[in-house]
Design a protein around this ligand. Structure first.
Ligand SMILES: [Fe+2]
Length: 178
């Protein structure tokens, strides 16, 4: 079955003032949908089309060479954004905090790996699941995630983003990863 954008678990304006409604509309309606459409186009008619997106990303090396980049970027974009929407809430925020840095378009992640917890960056739409880690929390630091409200002030966006992190979801993912 082809991928589809999962329902947003709150209204577009639920994360105001930290993440503004216009950014959410654009990010969710346009960007996430585009990743889904391109991932579906890349996988259509292949044995991978019915596979859960996480399984596809864990097995990128098995993909045909001519599909690999499109799938990595777009199935990755679908997976990353699905995790991202679920990781935020208008009732989020609070402790703990952390240090997440990623330069250029990409994501910063809190992951569970073999040795415990780690903070890692990923370029583009790569996801640490492709390296065998379990993503617990990710912040989208592509310009499209903040430019409308914060322009080039990425640090201000990240500071504000901590106010909407849904830590109960992070804890749930951590427990499931054990
Ligand atoms: Fe994004």
């Amino acid at each position: 079955m082809a991928y589809s954008v999962p329902p947003l678990p709150y209204p577009y304006d639920a994360l105001e003032p930290h993440i503004d409604k216009a950014t959410m509309e654009f990010h969710y309606d346009k960007h996430h949908q585009a990743y889904v459409d391109k991932a579906n186009a890349a996988l259509e008619g292949t044995e991978w089309a019915d596979m859960p997106v996480e399984e596809v990303l864990k097995n990128l090396d098995s993909l045909p060479a001519d599909k690999k980049m499109a799938v990595k970027n777009n199935a990755g974009g679908h997976y990353n954004h699905s995790l991202f929407w679920e990781s935020m809430s208008g009732d989020g925020g609070g402790a703990p905090e952390g240090e997440l840095n990623q330069f250029g378009s990409g994501w910063s992640w809190l992951v569970r790996d073999g040795s415990g917890l780690a903070v890692v960056g990923s370029a583009n739409q790569d996801n640490p699941v492709s390296q065998g880690s379990v993503p617990l929390l990710g912040v989208d630091v592509w310009e499209h995630a903040y430019y409308l409200k914060y322009q080039n002030r990425r640090p201000d966006y990240i500071d504000a983003w901590w106010n909407v992190v849904l830590w109960s979801k992070v804890a749930e993912r951590f427990a499931a990863a054990g």
